[in-house]
Write a protein that binds this ligand. Structure first.
Ligand code: AMP
Length: 540
């Protein structure tokens, strides 16, 4: 027997209608590329989204067609998010930090028909234009006054909107229709497209807003530092409209000073970003003796949050850290570390130790760890194996079936290696490609990196496996020192003593000026392994 509930498809446009109707005066504030602050409401945003939908229709955009963005976090990007998906087309966020060849590949692979871009990215557009034959138009996200001179024929965003009425009814269609597309910035091979649907996006937006996830509500002011081109800014635009919170978009300026000023001016209560950004912010705060007056929580994910960063936020600044883990293939949220009732009496050290873990799953995500033969491993907090996930916001395969079927018995292999404890808290011990295999045993490069950055002289650290005649691989610690700091190899190795098993001790330390990163700010270990391919360890 079927239940007798209405069968209403889950539509992204419904989020915006809801925000307009119920939180019409809640603000969306943006620092703009042109300079200055732009301020309006969900109601005004909804009106402009309807104009934009009409403009897209006038340009001939069809359902299913890909419309791309090369843009920072800002109100026009927000409008494109809702108008493109809302009208039935596919919003494709391009990561402008990818290498030029990868960008050309992505635009052509996605067959984008229009590309909307912030003025910062005009040089990229000019480099892409004659290599992207399928693109029918390049739209500068600005007004007539700020339109640049260019060899490429450009359309003007504000002119497109001004030519249209705001009379537009959002269509209702199958909730499984594709809504947006984001390419993974894999460290090897061509990027692969992850294609989200209206249904997956709405379910994920509900999940992300939950108290034990990002904990967003109509009483929050949320500033996503995480870019809207990095897996939908971890759902903040969608969960923002769902909850009716105030949103503050930081635009192109993501340095510590600019972000701090916006936190204070707009009274931000919640933020989210990758560790690299927070490193800059914390350094700025320390140098200038600053305090947060409204920030209560911050989500840190994308790569492991160093324990020193958790302590700094919580002990020095009274800001709760929500350590989160996810992937482009997972929309992205999988787990977040928050406490349970039974943790109330825990010591500070025990609570911190729990926060180093990547956390518990949000309902909707199932996970398990398996050995190389696919056998389930116990949830005991020590056994570590390949982390597998499944759920309604996890990919079932890549765009245009690139790479074949990625699933194993219906589970998506994350490529991460993890432990899960009896309470369901998962901890990443490594990427399966980065784990150091020494004499048949595994050493976690992430553990060694986290310990190294807790040293006061260390700015950033990476640990890779280097070839060893006896052990196959041994760990090499590669360090960027803090400005003006002095530290020797011996001092760093001594710092590990008593904190790790003896055989985990790095065999050597190399000092470098900087470390290579991927377009989303993760350590690029493939490059490091190339650079140190012939490195001779003193023990070899
Ligand atoms: P991306 O799809 O670019 O967001 O990359 C996803 C990958 O980032 C995951 O598979 C993890 O390897 C890594 N990652 C994300 N969040 C964390 C975290 N909190 N700790 C450790 N690794 C993380």
């Amino acid at each position: 027997m079927h239940g007798l509930m209405m069968n209403m498809p889950l539509m992204i446009s419904a989020l915006l209608k809801h925000a307009d109707q119920n939180h019409g005066d809640a603000e969306i504030v943006s620092r703009t590329v042109e300079g200055g602050i732009h301020r309006y409401t969900y109601r005004a945003a909804h009106q402009r989204c309807r104009r934009l939908a009409n403009a897209l229709r006038a340009l001939g955009v069809q359902p299913g067609e890909r419309v791309a963005t090369l843009a920072w976090n800002g109100y026009r990007h927000f409008e494109i998010y809702f108008a493109v998906s809302g009208m039935g087309a596919v919003m494709h966020t391009i990561n402008p930090r990818l290498f030029p060849e990868q960008l050309v590949y992505i635009v052509n692979h996605a067959e984008d028909s229009y590309v909307f871009f912030d003025l910062t990215f005009l040089p990229l557009v000019e480099a892409l234009a004659d290599k992207s034959p399928k693109v029918k138009g390049w739209v500068a996200m600005t007004d007539r006054e700020h339109m640049p001179q260019s060899k490429v024929k450009l359309l003007c965003y504000e002119e497109l909107l001004a030519a249209q009425s705001d009379d537009y009814e959002w269509p209702v269609f199958d909730e499984n229709t594709a809504s947006s597309l984001c390419y993974t910035s894999g460290t090897t091979g061509n990027p692969k497209g992850v294609l989200y649907s209206h249904r997956s996006t709405i379910l994920h937006a509900y999940g992300a807003a939950l108290p034990d996830a990002l904990n967003m509500s109509a009483r929050d002011c949320v500033l996503p530092v995480v870019p809207m081109f990095h897996v939908n800014a971890w759902s903040i635009p969608y969960s923002g409209a769902l909850t009716g919170c105030k949103i503050v978009f930081p635009g192109p300026q993501l340095d510590g000073k600019s972000v701090y000023e916006l936190f204070e001016q707009e009274k931000v209560s919640l933020s989210a970003g990758v560790p690299t950004v927070w490193m800059g912010l914390l350094a700025h705060m320390k140098q200038n003796g600053l305090r947060f007056s409204t920030l209560k929580r911050t989500v840190i994910g994308g790569s492991a949050c160093p324990p020193a960063m958790i302590r700094s936020f919580q002990d020095e600044y009274g800001v709760q850290v929500l350590h989160a883990w996810g992937m482009t293939e997972m929309s992205p949220l999988g787990t977040v570390t928050t406490f349970k009732l039974k943790h109330d009496g825990m010591s500070k050290a025990e609570r911190e130790a729990l926060q180093y873990k990547q956390g518990r799953v949000i309902f909707g995500v199932e996970m398990k760890i398996v050995d190389d033969g696919g056998k389930d491993l116990p949830w005991d907090g020590t056994a570590f194996g390949n982390l597998m996930v499944r759920g309604p916001w996890i990919t079932s395969g890549y765009f245009k079936a690139e790479g074949g079927n990625p699933l194993k018995d219906g589970w998506f292999p994350t490529g991460d290696v993890a432990t899960i404890d009896a309470d369901g808290y998962m901890q990443i011990t490594d990427r399966s490609k980065d784990v150091i295999k020494s004499g048949g045993e595994w050493i976690s490069s992430i553990d060694l990196e986290n310990l190294a950055v807790a040293h006061p002289a260390v700015q950033e650290a990476a640990v890779i496996g280097v070839r060893h005649p006896k052990w196959d691989e041994r760990p090499l610690l590669i360090v960027v020192k803090k400005k003006d700091a002095q530290v020797t190899k011996e001092e760093l190795l001594k710092f590990y003593e008593g904190k790790i098993a003896k055989w985990w001790m790095p065999d050597d330390v190399a000092f470098v000026d900087s470390l290579p990163h991927t377009a989303t700010g993760k350590l690029l270990k493939t490059k490091l392994r190339e650079d140190f391919l012939n490195y001779k360890l003193p023990s070899a």
